[in-house]
Design a protein around this ligand. Sequence first.
Ligand SMILES: NC(=O)c1ccc[n+]([C@@H]2O[C@H](COP(=O)([O-])OP(=O)(O)OC[C@H]3O[C@@H](n4cnc5c(N)ncnc54)[C@H](OP(=O)(O)O)[C@@H]3O)[C@@H](O)[C@H]2O)c1
Length: 208
Amino acid sequence: MKLLVLGATGPTGRHVVDLALEAGDTVTVLARRPEALEEMASRVDVVAGDATSHADVAKAVSGHDVVISALGRSSSVRADDLFTRAAAAVLGAAGEQGVSRLVWLSSFGVGDTYRSASVTQKVIYRTLLRNIYANKELSERMIRAGGLDWTLVYPTKLTEGPAEGRYRVGERLPMKGNPTISRADVADFLYKAARDPEWIHRDAVITD
Ligand SMILES: NC(=O)c1ccc[n+]([C@@H]2O[C@H](COP(=O)([O-])OP(=O)(O)OC[C@H]3O[C@@H](n4cnc5c(N)ncnc54)[C@H](OP(=O)(O)O)[C@@H]3O)[C@@H](O)[C@H]2O)c1
């Protein structure tokens, strides 16, 4: 596969890049701070640019089979419209360049997944994460209507633990308390979904 990874300087994005390189894929990353790629820079094609810029995404996406987004706001609780702006850029640029497959990392509790959240999760999503979740929800409406072969991935709280490979995944999973999943396991699923047409036009909730 020829993969474009967005958010490759973030912890989940890094795992995705490692998995793809191990599998022998060709990987391009679009990074606004290429210096943060460190040693990864020598193993991937690097396009310097911003994921919210149509022109920058167009430069990076041409000739690829799939886009995986692991974009995020790191420790900020404000979206700063990142997800809607990036969705607009990706939908526009990928559509123009004939790249149809998109695997997009969201968060459990966004959109319809909120309904199956536990009481504890709902409190967190309605308070601390409210602004980010509102922007994610808008971006996902754009993606669902945008004409690409999307998969939206909804992990529960992320940890830095190792890949266990024993996670649960389904379109809707009932929750208790505030379960977690490691970024390494989420990356495993993002990468598998990118290769698996079974996940096209589906939501994937994922948790330990
Ligand atoms: N934390 C949790 O418990 C949790 C739970 C469920 C889902 N999630 C979601 O999972 C996703 C990944 O989270 P994470 O903690 O692995 O990563 P993260 O620390 O949020 O990393 C975000 C990545 O996005 C990049 N980025 C942000 N704005 C960009 C822009 N305008 N142009 C290009 N790149 C940009 C960052 O680049 P820079 O290095 O340049 O900043 C970085 O590579 C996020 O969407 C998060 O909301 C998190």
